[in-house]
Design a protein around this ligand. Structure first.
Ligand SMILES: [Fe+2]
Length: 283
């Protein structure tokens, strides 16, 4: 009798865990942040949708991105930025990935940088495919400011595989402009802070993808270990957001670490970024 009771309890725990992981893996957390950018004049708030680590694969096909793209478009953001790892392993998925990205329609522009997986597959092919659908890739370069704005986006090529060159890229930032740096890995943060970059948007960590109660992420691929695992950080006068991403490496499951779309509303003023609204959407 005791054995049967124990077996039933174990079965229920396993079923509960499977259901929980299913929900964690198939819902996206949408986080709206207000980000004070200091004394730079911002007449009208600038909205940036930040997505990362799409990791398109046979387990996360480009066609499944349609609903996510429609949701992002409904936000009518000024900019959509993507911080690398578009595909995981398969070169054959690159055209489908580019097609899925083409569904995104920001009001001003769509910007991106590459990640380590993009390098391990075929960086040149991914660049050409993304540029054909209107993504402005910032691989060690600045984007010319749009509509007379005092906002300069710059991006570095993937730091994890050693292709970044922030120092020379940052020389192109006009003196009076606020700067938003795109990078795949958070390992760029100290250099960005030394150079006075205002805001850094990164991905790469997946927030750990699977997190344990009390212990947090099991592993974060960063020279800083688990220090910059997810969310907001402040080094000197530089703010950094580490996005948990929309995909994952195999097995592509999530536990206590949902997929994420972050919306950053840049405003004038001092203070820390704060969460204005949070909701969940089903994939
Ligand atoms: Fe990744």
């Amino acid at each position: 009798m005791i054995i049967i009771i124990i077996a039933v309890i174990i079965t229920l725990i396993i079923i509960g865990l499977v259901v929980f992981v299913y929900h964690e893996t198939n819902w996206i957390e949408v986080n709206h942040y207000v980000v004070p950018m200091g004394d730079v004049e911002i007449k009208k708030p600038i909205e940036i949708v930040h997505i990362s680590d799409l990791h398109m694969s046979p387990w996360s096909l480009p066609s499944t991105f349609r609903k996510t793209a429609d949701f992002i478009n409904s936000l009518q953001p000024n900019y959509i930025v993507m911080t690398g790892d578009f595909v995981t392993h398969f070169k054959e998925l690159i055209p489908g990935c580019a097609k899925a990205i083409s569904w995104l329609k920001p009001k001003v522009s769509m910007l991106g940088v590459l990640g380590n997986h993009d390098y391990w597959i075929d960086a040149g092919y991914i660049c050409r495919s993304l540029e054909e659908v209107g993504v402005e890739l910032l691989l060690n370069r600045c984007s010319p400011s749009k509509n007379g704005s005092n906002l300069t986006f710059l991006g570095v090529d993937d730091p994890y595989t050693g292709h970044d060159d922030l120092k020379s890229t940052s020389r192109e930032i006009p003196g009076s402009h606020m700067s938003v740096l795109l990078s795949h890995s958070p390992d760029i943060i100290e250099d960005a802070a030394d150079l006075g970059i205002n805001l850094v948007l990164v991905g790469h960590t997946h927030g750990g993808q699977v997190r344990l109660p009390l212990l947090g992420a099991i592993y974060i691929p960063s020279k800083h270990g688990k220090r910059f695992d997810k969310g907001w950080f402040n080094i000197k006068n530089t703010k950094m957001y580490v996005n948990r991403g929309l995909g994952g490496i195999y097995p592509s499951i999530r536990f206590l670490c949902r997929k994420e779309i972050a919306i950053h509303k840049l405003v004038s003023g001092e203070g820390k970024p704060y969460l204005e609204e949070k909701k969940l959407i089903k994939l």
